[in-house]
Design a protein. Structure first.
Length: 347
């Protein structure tokens, strides 16, 4: 599936504008604060149904405006379809309306008719360098996009975990506490088993596809399993601390570079190696999308070359040739000699 044209109305800093995209490479060039990332986000929003920076969706609509929209013409073989998401501010938030060829759709049917946009931004380096919560969030979103049962399990688990912690915080009688925890323990264990199994499965997929050009990566899944036996073992500690101490909310993932000697990229990798680790994750998202949806996704790269050396820049440019790619940059010099069709949008 190829995104041919993008039309924005009151989206971020764009009042009303149309952009034509190349089926191979589109380079968005401009100074900082000109809207390069806003344009990239518009593509992401059109395809995935959500933005990637806003804390509230009303922030996607141009300031002082009440309505906004993003529309795109997407071709699949010889067929062309118009996808559109309309935004409207209301007192209790923002309402989104999904349309395909002007026919209203619910979110999931809209998404199912789409490809997927794979995003790589400088901030995503925190998946590697940041707290374990960032890595869990990344795996949850990646797996949950394709597995709705996993997404439901995450939501169910978080809700039940909150309930269990409230019980632990307010307990006064040991016998009563054990009775109240029994139901939630059984429920949480069931959700946790599915979460753990799917995280393990996706890590296995990553490790099968560990090579990135001349480098090889791996992820080690440090799982914190929840079983009835393990809950019984930590019961007295949980009573003392009044918190649930085990479970997938404690999981972590270690990214390793396996070229000799093996090293933990989070702790010992250079900034460039950490960025390449993210790119390796993103390339596997692409492969996973192709395996699951049987469609080629769009690759969105936001100013990723600022901290890469020339060798790694050329490696990435050679790898993206097989995908429709949209890149933001302050300078188009790195793309001047690339031998694929390209379009430059200057803001």
């Amino acid at each position: 599936m190829i995104l041919r044209r993008l039309q924005l109305v009151n989206f971020r800093n764009f009042a009303e504008q149309i952009f034509d995209l190349n089926s191979h490479l589109t380079v968005i060039v401009g100074d900082n604060a000109k809207g390069k990332t806003n344009l990239l986000e518009a593509i992401y929003f059109l395809i995935n149904g959500v933005g990637f920076r806003e804390s509230r969706e009303e922030e996607l609509i141009t300031l002082v405006k009440e309505h906004g929209s993003v529309a795109g013409i997407i071709s699949d073989n010889q067929e062309k379809s118009t996808f559109r998401i309309a935004l409207k501010k209301q007192d209790n938030g923002t309402v989104k309306q999904y349309l395909i060829n002007n026919a209203k759709k619910r979110h999931q049917p809209y998404i199912r008719e789409q490809t997927k946009a794979i995003l790589f931004t400088p901030e995503q380096i925190e998946i590697v360098t940041g707290a374990p919560e960032r890595r869990r969030d990344y795996f949850n979103k990646t797996i949950g996009y394709y597995d709705l049962s996993y997404k439901r399990c995450i939501n169910n688990y978080d809700h039940a975990l909150h309930k269990r912690n409230r019980i632990l915080e307010s307990h006064h009688d040991d016998k009563k506490l054990q009775g109240e925890l029994a139901f939630w323990d059984e429920y949480l264990v069931k959700q946790a088993q599915y979460i753990t199994s799917k995280r393990q499965e996706y890590c296995g997929y990553l490790n099968i596809n560990g090579k990135l050009d001349y480098k090889e990566f791996a992820v080690y899944y440090h799982k914190n399993e929840m079983t009835k036996m393990k809950l019984a073992e930590v019961y007295h500690l949980e009573k003392r601390y009044r918190r649930t101490l085990i479970g997938p909310q404690k999981d972590d993932f270690y990214f390793m570079m396996k070229n000799h000697p093996e090293k933990n990229v989070s702790h010992f990798g250079s900034r460039s190696e950490q960025r390449l680790t993210i790119f390796w994750l993103k390339l596997n998202e692409i492969k996973y999308c192709e395996d699951r949806l049987k469609r080629t996704p769009i690759l969105l790269l936001d100013d990723i070359f600022s901290e890469l050396d020339r060798k790694n820049i050329m490696m990435i440019l050679s790898l993206i040739k097989q995908y429709q790619t949209v890149i933001t940059a302050t300078d188009d010099a790195p793309f001047s000699q690339i031998d694929i069709p390209k379009t430059t949008i200057r803001l």
